[in-house]
Every structure is written in structure tokens, then in C-alpha cells.
Design a protein around this ligand. Structure first.
Ligand code: SF4
Length: 433
């Protein structure tokens, strides 16, 4: 897509004032919005990369209790940081966050850098996170562009094509819109609009403060925009699409409305009557697509060993190099080539716990994608036939835990559906008794 001329200043002013007005009338109360310090905002922004708001909230609160400030995080051993992150996934983010804290301590004497170049130089900080940090924590007018903002701007301007291919134009629009005063509030208002009102499938245009000047709405192509690429989707920072009761905003003044709409196409493209100039769209040659990188697939069998209403769980060691250190898990392990799940479980449980078990047919089968692998898992209920379980496989601890209390422990993400299924077993038994 060709870069177009600058946005009309009147359009820019209108968007700023409408979004800030909406923000000041009310917005979601999220824990990182109660603090202004850069450390808390950095933690939130890194957690929100690739994870939804409602998932992040409890992890964020727990993480800040464990590491209340930059020095605490920078000086914490990596296994402890990974343990506090466990369950949130994409563990590279936790490693980078700790590296960023260590860099700020060693290179900047513990004071957060405030220039764009210095912030971008921090480990794990990209263009989006730098913009969010500088605008929200330091009130500097840097733009943000995540999936929600890209969708809003694509619709507002009726941009054609995949937002990832329009990224330069979208960054430039976001930079033109962010105001010198209250840039952090503006950026958050834009993201919140995308999360709550300008949703991908069911946008709530009647409640949108920008509706009168929205080009996609005027042209009737809201849901079709932004166009989806047929390339494989990459995870993007997402905010939850929960519903809000937003009173309808007053329309733009009629005399300004046409100018506003015209300015969406860039001031140079609008003619004297405020009508947009015809647009020419050139087809671009399609380049070769890169095939997705191969990720190893690991077949795993899991034993839900029960005794009355309790299940036997083990805690992974906290030592460096352990995958998901400190997490609780059900016994089991990787299947060897050609090995059945039943044989794998008998072997693994004998090695890990020193007991012989009877294995029932699988009650759950699922796949879970981690950062570096895909786990294909089958889960089986099992009973001990002989022996007393002991932690003989290097676990930190083993424990019998009532099924209702399993949810209070930290398990790897792939184990969550197992917990839900075990609770469902328990409920159905209670209902039947
Ligand atoms: S009017 Fe509708 S499509 Fe346009 S920005 Fe608002 S919610 Fe999105």
C-alpha cells in the first residue's frame, strides 16, 4: 500500500478529543493502571504480549508480590523468576524481562532510561513496548500499534490489505494521532476501543466515539476490515473483548463531519467539496511465503493416580535448566518410539515413584503448543497396585491433593484441561451419590 499524505489536523484533533473524552468518562480498572512507575508498566506490557488481559491479571499481581521492584527482579535467580511466571507460557518473555531489569541496573544505575533508543536497546523491548512504556510511564508522545490498534486504524481509514503489510502506514498514522499531552491515556484509550468496541467479529459501532468519521462504517465494510492474510497467523498482543455499557456519544457536528471523513484519506486526497478523491489500488506481486518453522512434537502420557478424592502430584525441581521449574504436575512422561501410553505410564511411574499401577483407558487427549515444542498428551486415571509412592525421580516433593484443591497449585498450561476433567468427574460422582 502506498504511503499517503499527512492526516488533516482537524481530523487528528477530533480523534484525540473524542478518545480522551471517552477515556476520562471511564475505563477498565486494571491493576497496572493504578501505578505509574515504569517497572510495573514494563511487567504488564511484557505479560500482555500474546496473552489476554483477564489471564494476565492474577499472574501480574503474583509476580509483583514476588518481585516488587526492578532491583528485586534483577537480583532474583532465573529459576525463581520462571517459577513465578509458570503457567503464563512463552517463557522467553520472563527471561528477557529479567535481562532488561539487569541491564537497567548495570547500564543505567537502576534508573529507567527515558529515550526511545535506550528503551529499545533493552532486551525483549520492541517498538510496541517502547511506545507503551514511554507514553504511559513518562508521558512522551510515542505511538503504539498492536492488533487492536491496527484493527481500529484500518477501519477508521478504510485501509485495504493485511495490517501486517500496511504496518509502515499504520505506525505513521498512530504517530500522527498520539497527542503531546496525555499520550499514555490516548494510547490506552485507542487500545481499549479496539478491545471492547471495535472487536474483530462484532464491532459495536453505535457506541463508538469515532463512529461518525469512521470510513469503514460509512462504506459498510466494517467486518471485512482489516483484510486477513492467508499467511499463518502469529500471536499478537490481545486484550479481552468483554462488554461495557457505553452511552452513545454525540455525533460530530454536521459541518465538520464531511471534512472529517475526507481527511481520513489524507488532506491532499480531499477535494474542495470535502469529497475524497478516487483511489487507485495497484496489485502487488506476491512474494514467496516462508514455510512455518518446524517445531518438535513430543508424545506424552499422564497418570492421574487417585486415592479416594485425592490425586498424586509431584513438583518439578527449581534448579536451573529444568523446564517449567517449580510447577506441579501429574506423573508420567515422554513415550518412547513405538511405546504404548499404558506401557509408558507403567515404566515412568515405577521409575518416578517406585510403585506399580493399573492404567485405565485414556479420558483426555489434547495438543498444546509451547514456545519450543508441541506436546501431544493422553491422560489416564490410574490406581496403585503395589508399593508406597516416594519421590525417586528427582522431584522436589510429591503430595496427595484433594481434587478441589488442585486448582490452587501451579500446573503447566497443558495440564489445565486435565484438572477441569477431574473436577467434572468429581461433580458427576457427587451428583450421582
Ligand atoms: S465505528 Fe465501528 S468500525 Fe469504526 S472505529 Fe468505531 S467500532 Fe470500529
Amino acid at each position: 500500500m502506498k504511503a499517503r499524505g499527512p492526516l488533516d489536523p482537524r481530523f487528528v484533533a477530533e480523534v484525540r478529543s473524542r478518545l480522551l473524552e471517552k477515556w476520562n468518562r471511564g475505563h477498565r480498572d486494571l491493576p497496572w493502571r493504578r501505578r505509574r512507575d515504569a517497572y510495573a508498566i514494563l511487567v504488564a506490557e511484557v505479560m500482555l504480549q500474546q496473552t489476554r488481559v483477564e489471564t494476565v491479571v492474577p499472574y501480574y499481581e503474583r509476580f509483583l508480590r514476588a518481585f516488587p521492584n526492578l532491583r528485586a527482579l534483577a537480583r532474583a535467580p532465573l529459576p525463581r523468576v520462571l517459577a513465578a511466571w509458570s503457567g503464563l507460557g512463552y517463557y522467553r518473555r520472563a527471561r528477557m524481562l529479567r535481562e532488561a531489569a539487569r541491564t537497567i541496573l548495570s547500564r543505567h544505575g537502576g534508573r529507567f532510561p527515558e529515550t526511545y533508543e535506550e528503551v529499545r536497546a533493552l532486551p525483549g523491548v520492541g517498538r510496541y513496548t517502547a511506545g507503551a512504556l514511554l507514553s504511559i510511564a513518562f508521558g512522551k508522545p510515542f505511538p503504539v500499534l498492536d492488533g487492536n490498534v491496527a484493527r481500529v486504524l484500518s477501519r477508521l481509514l478504510a485501509l485495504r490489505g493485511d495490517p501486517r503489510r500496511n504496518a509502515d502506514r499504520l505506525w505513521s498514522v498512530a504517530a500522527s494521532l498520539v497527542p503531546p499531552r496525555a499520550p499514555g491515556e490516548f494510547n490506552q484509550a485507542l487500545m481499549e476501543l479496539g478491545a471492547l468496541l471495535c472487536a474483530a467479529r462484532a464491532p459495536r459501532c453505535p457506541a463508538c466515539p469515532l463512529r461518525t468519521g469512521c470510513a469503514a462504517r460509512q462504506g459498510g465494510g466494517v467486518v471485512a476490515r482489516p483484510a486477513k492474510s492467508r499467511e499463518r497467523e502469529r500471536p499478537v498482543r490481545q486484550e479481552g473483548a468483554e462488554s461495557v455499557n457505553t452511552p452513545p456519544a454525540p455525533p460530530f457536528a454536521p459541518s465538520r463531519s464531511s471534512r472529517f471523513l475526507a481527511s481520513l484519506r489524507g488532506s491532499k486526497a480531499a477535494n474542495a467539496s470535502g469529497q475524497p478523491a478516487p483511489r487507485t489500488v495497484r496489485a502487488k506481486p506476491r512474494g514467496k511465503r516462508r514455510p512455518p518453522a518446524a517445531v518438535p512434537v513430543v508424545d506424552v502420557a499422564v497418570a492421574a493416580i487417585w486415592r479416594g478424592d485425592e490425586y498424586l502430584v509431584a513438583r518439578r525441581p527449581l534448579r536451573p535448566g529444568t523446564h517449567l521449574p517449580g510447577c506441579w504436575e501429574f506423573p508420567g512422561g515422554k513415550r518412547r518410539p513405538g511405546e504404548s501410553a499404558r506401557a509408558c505410564l507403567k515404566r515412568e511411574v515405577a521409575e518416578e515413584l517406585g510403585v506399580e499401577i493399573a492404567v485405565r483407558p485414556e479420558f483426555l487427549r489434547l495438543s498444546h503448543r509451547y514456545e519450543d515444542r508441541i506436546v501431544r498428551l493422553t491422560a489416564h486415571r490410574c490406581r496403585i497396585l503395589s508399593g508406597v509412592p516416594r519421590a525417586t525421580g528427582g522431584q522436589d516433593e510429591i503430595r496427595w491433593v484433594a481434587v478441589e484443591r488442585l486448582g490452587a497449585l501451579r500446573f503447566p498450561p497443558a495440564n489445565r484441561p486435565i484438572l477441569e476433567r477431574l473436577l467434572a468427574f468429581r461433580r458427576s460422582r457427587s451428583a450421582g451419590s
